[in-house]
Design a protein around this ligand. Sequence first.
Ligand code: MEV
Length: 429
Amino acid sequence: MTENNFSGFHKKKVSERQEILKKATQLSEEETALLSNGSLDLETANRMIENVIGLHSLPLGLATNFLINKKEFLVPMVIEEPSVVAAASFAAKLCRSTGGFTASASDPIMIGQIQLVEIPDLEKAIESLEKEKESIIEYATSVDPMVLVKYGGGLRDIEFRVIESERGSFLVIHLLVDVRDAMGANAVNTLAETLAPRFEKISGGKVRLRIISNLAVNRTASAKAIWTQKELESSTKGKFKGKEIVERILDAFAFADSDPFRAATHNKGIFNGIDSCVIATGNDWRAVEAGAHAFASMKGSYKSLTRYHKNENGDLVGEIELPLAVATIGGATATHPSAKIARKILGVTSAQELSCVIASLGLAQNFAALRALATEGIQKGHMRLHARNTAVMAGAKSEEIDLIAKKLADEGKVRVDRAKELLEELRGK
Ligand code: MEV
């Protein structure tokens, strides 16, 4: 697949886009048809959660232009907000001249927490537990309750933390578990429950909670990209000088990194990208969000998940790092038909590669928002795209939608009442 197959993709009809995608990614007829039908059937849904009463659909879009670690990616995004997919594709396009995104992911190590209270002597307990650590790891490897070892994962290490609380001091044990291509919640929780009685016996305390931590500090993904002054300048059709745009974006970053009020919105923009691909691939977006927001607060206040600086050429360098517990096997990634198609479209070979794509998408989304906010503002572009929604809300159908949307955007009045007036005029003709 090359970039060129997808030029002008946004101007095509949905059916034409599906055809291009089918050719580029070898989707079968059946898979392509599933794209139009929303794909999840009631029976599967009924097996996924409780008290099912129906299905809830959202648009599935495709971000283009993503060059990550020298490999081309098409990124499926499930989101209800206009302009997000366009912004990600635009940001990815603007950094292609410098090689696109460079991304990496740590080993997929999740933390399982075991809380032990009422330990008679904490120091002595930790000493005894340290002595038994290797034999506990050996035991965990031999029982392998969730078949991780077979696939190259398993319990890697055990850490001990004393926590002071309003109910006194207690011990928290961290199981560091390599979960390979799984999200890991089931594997980690099962292992924590399996090992807890041993820790209880050695420490002389009582086990309370045994559960995964979503603050996956040992399972992070990072991405980096460079946007040149030249690309930045032409992105505004010369309205702003490249050098000035770099300075403006650095000011925007400084704002987010020093003010939690701004950081919340800045990071929300990052999650416009991240969540949409996490959802498209059937992953747990609440886990990813909770982990990343906690990670953003680890320096004592809530901060930006991205960082920006100027390189020796005066070009803009953007970076992101965040915990990304995403899977390519298990859970909804295995049961949801669209999630399976999304994975095929992505062509990722592991959960680590998926997290590299998602980190790059988050960075792209953030860069796009900052570029717009720091120059002409976001409303102009956003309203142009929102105009289509407004036209639909006013009752416009098929060709009417684009005609009404264009008029609304040209007039700068993207409102349902105006859309209704325009629709009446159009139909009157
Ligand atoms: C809107 O969904 C996201 C932004 O508010 C992000 C930001 O302010 O950086 C545009």
